[in-house]
Design a protein around this ligand. Structure first.
Ligand SMILES: Nc1nc2c(ncn2[C@@H]2O[C@H](COP(=O)(O)OP(=O)(O)OP(=O)(O)O)[C@@H](O)[C@H]2O)c(=O)[nH]1
Ligand SMILES: *[C@@H]1O[C@H](CO)[C@@H](O)[C@H](O)[C@H]1NC(C)=O
Length: 411
């Protein structure tokens, strides 16, 4: 069977062939969702496309990064139309499922057109969970697609390509189900060569935590440049390198096998301290003082003197936090202007995550997908689960709260 696996060098030559053989699956996620939840939605769509490829050659189009609610730094411009290659190693993604960047999709298409857009929405007042999908009128008129009366085509933001791309068909679909439930519909109910799933986060993971889940997750290797920046920081400030830490990464993730406990990690503790909107929306965020108290206990227990802090906290909060921990060496990654400009907020988040992923001991913030992604990275590297699945307790819980894998930290 034909496989849709264009390599970087050959795709332009083969473009015409591909666009007549392969079907493009595009997707998009609700504006309010953050970077780390979007990475999770990628896994659901990648698994769907993997499954489609058992029957037909489909290509997954990577939705450019941009317009992310959290990315508001005034000193970082142009956080729009960002290709996946800035953050992820696309060759590694392709070892799981055939993917192309959006601009490649445009280059490969005869016209800048997405043939069909299906906008997923929840069922109104459902009682029992069952897998189903149906064409329905849109629940919400604010879906940000509008029909151009002159051309009859549908227009929308399309990742910042709004002046160049249009859709031929737009349809709301009430959806309750896993991502894989769409497969028969995509194979049989449509003959379009390009289909876009809007609000793709509505579809659930097929089997959360199974082999395919972890294959999709492992394929999301960070871009080499970002890993290098993180590694340089580890070496320079944290006495950490892959050889002594037992965290050597195989460039081909399909060949990498690690058991729990094999990774030792660098001689530092890492904390992800999620603040900002979490102070309003998440009830389990500790005060800085209480967070510091827990860190101190853990540093002493694990006999560590260096602390790495990943946080979205404003500078003043970070400083008061550090003051509580004066007896230790406290580090944070502070990018220079050039790194900031080049890799933007997504890149900086990844560098922080990468450094956290290599610490001897990690503790995160409850319910933060930013922390979850670090924990997964550590699973891939082969850390003992007790050194990974930890969260800060809030002030009321004192130091005795249930941890993500149902244990209590022994202080
Ligand atoms: N560099 C850096 N950025 C952070 C950190 N924590 C949060 N952020 C920023 O805040 C944003 C919000 O966190 P995300 O995890 O992406 O958003 P989300 O998917 O809604 O996840 P949570 O809100 O954490 O559950 C991230 O995209 C980052 O830009 C951090 O420790 N370091
Ligand atoms: C897909 O086609 C089948 C068979 O014609 C039909 O029963 C089903 O309702 C269609 N699905 C949707 C969402 O329209």
């Amino acid at each position: 069977m034909v496989q849709c696996t264009p390599t970087n060098t050959s795709f332009l030559i083969l473009a015409l062939n591909y666009s007549s053989v392969c079907v493009f699956l595009l997707y998009s996620v609700n504006y309010g969702e953050g970077f780390n939840l979007r990475r999770d939605v990628y896994m659901r769509m990648a698994t769907l496309v993997k499954s489609l490829n058992e029957d037909e050659p489909w290509l997954l189009v990577l939705p450019p990064w941009g317009r992310i609610y959290h990315w508001q730094s005034k000193d970082i411009k142009h956080q729009n139309k960002i290709p996946w290659s800035l953050f992820f190693d696309v060759a590694s993604l392709k070892r799981f499922v055939p993917v192309v960047e959006f601009h490649e999709f445009l280059a490969m298409s005869k016209e800048p057109v997405i043939e069909e857009v299906y906008y997923l929405q929840n069922y109104k007042d459902w009682k029992e969970w069952e897998e189903k999908m149906e064409f329905k009128p849109c629940n919400n008129e604010n879906h940000y697609y509008w029909k151009n009366v002159e051309t009859g085509f549908w227009e929308s933001w399309f990742f910042g390509y709004e002046d160049r791309v249009y859709a031929k068909k737009f349809q709301c679909v009430s959806y309750m189900g896993h991502a894989g439930f769409m497969k028969p519909f995509l194979l049989k109910n449509t003959t379009a060569r390009s289909v876009m799933i809007e609000r793709a986060e509505t579809a659930l993971h097929d089997r959360f935590g199974d082999t395919s889940y972890w294959e999709a997750r492992r394929s999301m290797v960070f871009a080499k440049e970002l890993r290098d920046i993180g590694d340089e920081f580890r070496a320079k400030y944290l006495d950490s390198n892959d050889d002594t830490d037992n965290t050597v990464l195989d460039e081909d993730w399909t060949k990498m096998k690690r058991k729990h406990g094999e990774a030792k990690g660098g001689p530092y503790l890492a904390v992800h301290l999620r603040r900002k909107d979490f102070l309003r929306t998440n009830h389990n965020v500790p005060s800085l003082k209480h967070a510091a108290k827990q860190i101190k206990h853990l540093m002493d227990k694990h006999d560590l003197s260096k602390l790495f802090v990943a946080t979205d906290a404003p500078k003043e909060e970070f400083e008061s936090f550090s003051e509580f921990l004066e007896e230790f060496e406290v580090f944070a990654f502070r990018p220079n202007a050039e790194v900031k400009k080049q890799y933007k907020e997504g890149g900086l988040a990844i560098i922080d995550q990468w450094i956290c992923a290599h610490a001897r001991f990690f503790i995160g913030t409850q319910e933060s997908t930013f922390s979850f992604r670090i924990q997964e990275e550590r699973e891939i590297l082969g850390f003992d689960t007790k050194m990974t699945f930890n969260r800060l307790c809030d002030d009321e819980e004192e130091m005795d709260c249930e941890q993500p894998s149902k244990w209590t930290i022994e202080y």
